[in-house]
Design a protein around this ligand. Structure first.
Ligand code: PEP
Length: 255
């Protein structure tokens, strides 16, 4: 299940506030990552307005770039939306189904599926996020929730486009931005289940990420798991020094 080069994806959410800060952060990440990009795959996910400038900053640095969301229609009367087709000329990745979009912006399993399909047909690579809420975790429903979210997200996707292009991020909602990271045993079992579900649904083997309050001092406990190919990092990725500690910890796990 593991790949030789672990993947750290940095979800900047609605940060930073200015273009200057965004470019500075991208530059700092690129500088501290240096030639570690040969050992760790990195990708930054800034807000839409910063994509073009961050792309310029990352040029030839071997660091990937992605958006945090997309719309499925390629164009038309959809005020405020950004299509997967538009993104494909700016970046290579997109995140779909992040729990903050499900929670605050009425994202459903059906819209996540439409976004994933549009992203793949536009030529993008996709991180599909799944994960249970706190009350579902407490009720022991993690596996049921993750399985049903994943099956819905993958429904009808072109099987030929999945290998190498789809990555799944298991992100327990109660662990995102809370400082309460999941027990690695729980995360590992859930990623194994997710892997089995993807294989049975699509016939493909995809990479699995863990996300939820990952930092420099706990990233190794996830990346060291057989079922885990890397992490989706939110808050801690806004601090280039903390992100650099994560890169070093991940390199050490692989050494
Ligand atoms: C995320 O935004 O996907 C995330 C995991 O956030 P954080 O690392 O802040 O918990």
């Amino acid at each position: 299940m593991s790949t030789p080069r672990p993947f750290l994806a940095a979800n900047w959410k609605l940060n930073p506030t200015t273009l200057v800060e965004a470019v500075d952060l991208a530059r700092a990440v690129a500088q501290t990552a240096g030639d570690r990009v040969g050992q760790v795959e990195l990708a930054l996910f800034p807000p839409f307005p910063w994509l073009l400038s961050v792309a310029g900053t990352l040029q030839a640095k071997g660091i990937g770039l992605g958006a945090q969301d997309c719309y499925w229609e390629p164009g038309g009367a959809y005020t405020g939306e950004v299509s997967a087709a538009m993104l494909s000329s700016l970046c290579e990745w997109v995140i779909v189904g992040h729990s903050e979009r499900r929670q605050h912006f009425c994202e459903t399993d059906e819209t996540v599926n439409r976004k994933a399909a549009a992203a793949l047909s536009a030529g993008l690579k996709v991180i599909i996020c799944v994960g249970e809420r706190a009350e579902q975790f407490d009720a022991g429903e993690t596996e049921t929730v993750v399985e049903s979210q994943l099956r819905a997200a993958l429904r009808g996707l072109d099987r030929d486009l999945i290998p190498g292009r789809v990555v799944v991020a298991y992100e327990p909602v109660w662990a995102i931005g809370t400082g309460r990271n999941a027990d690695p045993g729980h995360a590992g079992r859930t990623m194994e289940l997710a892997h089995t579900v993807v294989t049975s649904e699509s016939g493909a083997s995809v990479r699995m990420l863990y996300g939820g309050s990952v930092k420099g001092d706990n990233v190794a406990s996830y990346v060291g798991l057989a079922a885990c190919d890397g992490c989706l990092v939110g808050g801690a990725s806004l601090d280039s020094e903390e992100f650099s500690r994560m890169i070093e910890a991940v390199v050490e796990v692989g050494a």
